[in-house]
Design a binder for this molecule. Structure first.
Ligand code: ATP
Length: 211
């Protein structure tokens, strides 16, 4: 039985980070009593090489968004690496570095539906648990192949008792927003104050991103 502290790992392009990320992950962290959440902006997203902001800008904005919040730690390893990075490599490294913890990879429902196309995805369930957050407008069933590697559980206690292998679905208050919406609003000169923290809004304007 594992009663190790649980840590969330939340990866994304964060082009830019927005309240849809921050609120849903916070709600998940509280529901699952996570000790902290490690936010990992991805360096070279193999699925989308055309992030509009640079890696440094995405990292800066992510840091600014959580600077005053002790729940979050920003990990720059994927941005700092010159090789393509995959969630499985990051999770394996974190587990090596912090053997006393149980890791929960947190992803949104849309990412979950394409998960069986990720590099070495079955290993994710050997390295930790996967927590899927609901996302407005996203529905559908995952590839049935997934169930050969993951067991679905609905009680948070089970996550604590085992170190890996569980798929947990976390229903969160709907946050109908996306980074695309933020970029579009900026390009049309509309306010983004309801979509991103003030520090991120100022950074976007100062660096003339997404115009
Ligand atoms: P884009 O609009 O550019 O596709 P995005 O808003 O989906 O970006 P990402 O950085 O790609 O942002 O997302 C990182 C993770 O956060 C993904 O797992 C995604 O599913 C999840 N996520 C993003 N926005 C929400 C939201 N509003 N509700 C729940 N999960 C979300």
């Amino acid at each position: 039985m594992s009663l190790r502290p649980m840590v969330g790992v939340f990866g994304g392009t964060f082009d830019p980070i927005h309240y849809g990320h921050l609120r849903t992950v916070r709600e998940t962290a509280v529901a699952l009593a996570l000790e902290r959440v490690i936010i990992v902006p991805c360096g070279m997203p193999y699925h989308r090489l055309n992030a509009l902001a640079s890696a440094t800008e995405r990292l800066d904005m992510t840091r600014l968004a959580v600077a005053h919040d002790p729940l979050f730690i920003v990990d720059d390893r994927e941005i700092a690496s010159s090789d393509p990075c995959y969630s499985v490599c990051t999770l394996a490294a974190l587990r090596r570095e912090q053997p006393g913890r149980t890791f929960c990879l947190i992803i949104g429902q849309d990412s979950f539906l394409s998960m069986t196309r990720w590099y070495q995805w079955p290993r994710l369930f050997e390295l930790g648990h996967v927590v899927v957050m609901s996302r407005p407008g996203v529905d559908g069933a995952p590839d049935p192949e997934l169930w050969r590697h993951a067991r679905r559980h609905s009680s948070p206690e089970t996550l604590l008792m085992q170190r890996s292998g569980i798929l947990f679905e976390q229903r969160v208050h709907p946050q109908p927003m996306s980074a695309s919406e933020v970029r579009q609003a900026v390009s049309e000169g509309r306010s983004i104050a309801h979509l991103v923290p003030p520090e991120v809004e100022s950074y976007i304007h100062e660096h003339q991103l997404y115009v």
